[in-house]
Ligand binder design. Structure first.
Ligand SMILES: NC(=O)c1ccc[n+]([C@@H]2O[C@H](COP(=O)([O-])OP(=O)(O)OC[C@H]3O[C@@H](n4cnc5c(N)ncnc54)[C@H](OP(=O)(O)O)[C@@H]3O)[C@@H](O)[C@H]2O)c1
Length: 313
């Protein structure tokens, strides 16, 4: 059944990918943007709502005009920012922007809200691959801790309001065209500049999500699926000792240098060391079992290869 859908963050890498998929399914799609001129003219939408999610009165006015049944939050503060600044901006969006969106969605009678979270936020413990019942690492140090607490606050805002169905999609490391893994992106630059080394035995796990799968999972959960949290990741969590050299090879960059843990602690930021050495992966079992979802990109291997024109899909 066609739905009236609002996408916040419509100009972002996930938002841009999602808009045509929604329209192809016959939904009435409104792009919620801060600046209408940032919306790519090639992307067709039914309506444009101009509002900053950090401006509650304007946001509510626009949603009241559009009367959506589903509100999707794909905002992020990472675009164009360094790691710490991106985390700070995203934390603000998750903590305040998400609450504003939930309030506005409830006020206009929307049926469902879909928020964006991260599998990287799980506290590293126990098994290598964590499911949705694993705790978020809200006591993590530094600005990573601030970011995870903001994610937890966002999930609470989205999931606990009795008058709306809340879904929180926990994405893995987003990759694909225009992401930080693509040529010109931050990870690409760090790998090609020999700034992302192998640390110790490189057992930190990353679960990856292609942007097409990030968008595809939203379609699955638009009107079906129980409210709650869902990991949206590929089938192959990978140790940094595995994906980093493979990525460097495919990107045509130098092989990563190796550092001991002591060297890494003096040369790299805390978050990078954590990701490379102790982060855990996530399982997509819940989404597969409950909705039959399958990632279009089941492994980062093909996904990275496609990013560099080495794989014919
Ligand atoms: N989850 C992860 O794995 C992760 C972690 C770190 C970095 N990254 C990288 O970060 C990027 C994330 O992609 P993305 O699509 O999430 O983000 P993005 O491409 O940076 O897009 C962010 C979206 O949020 C919108 N936005 C930001 N602040 C807003 C506000 N106050 N009110 C309304 N809209 C607002 C932006 O609109 P404007 O056009 O107005 O700016 C834009 O549409 C990728 O390059 C990814 O590789 C991802």
């Amino acid at each position: 059944m066609p739905l009236r859908v609002v996408v916040a963050g419509a100009t972002g890498v996930v938002g841009r990918t999602l808009l045509p998929l929604l329209r192809d399914r016959g939904h009435h799609v409104t792009a919620l943007v801060r600046h209408a001129d940032r919306l790519d003219g090639a992307v067709a939408v039914d309506d444009v709502a101009v509002a900053d999610v950090l401006d509650p009165p304007r946001l509510r006015r626009e949603l009241a005009r559009v009367e959506p049944e589903v509100v999707i939050d794909q905002t992020s503060g990472f675009g164009g920012a360094g790691q710490d600044e991106g985390l700070r901006r995203t934390a603000r969006l998750r903590e305040n922007g998400a609450r504003n969106l939930v309030d506005a969605a409830v006020a206009v009678g929307a049926r469902r809200i879909i928020g964006q979270s991260m599998t990287a936020a799980y506290r590293p413990h126990g098994h290598d691959v964590l499911d949705e019942d694993s705790p978020l690492w809200t006591e993590a140090p530094g600005c990573w801790g601030d970011a995870v607490r903001a994610l937890a606050a966002m999930e609470e805002a989205v999931l606990t309001r009795p008058d709306i169905e809340g879904v929180a999609l926990r994405y893995g490391a987003l990759y694909g065209p225009d992401t930080q893994f693509a040529p010109g992106g931050a990870i690409h630059a760090r790998v090609c500049g020999s700034e992302l080394p192998l640390v110790d035995d490189g057992v930190g796990l990353t679960s990856f999500t292609h942007v097409e799968d990030a968008a595809g999972a939203v379609l699955e959960l638009l009107a079906s699926g129980e409210p709650g949290t869902y990991n949206v990741v590929d089938n192959e969590p990978a140790e940094s000792a595995e994906w980093l050299p493979a990525y460097a090879r495919m990107a045509g960059g130098p092989a990563p240098v190796s550092l001991t843990m002591d060297q890494a602690r003096t040369q790299l930021d805390w978050l990078t060391v954590h990701q490379l050495t102790e982060q855990r992966g996530a399982t997509n079992f819940r989404l597969r079992e409950t909705l039959g979802w399958r990632p279009a990109w089941p492994s980062w291997r093909e996904g990275f290869a496609s990013l560099f024109g080495l794989w014919a899909a």
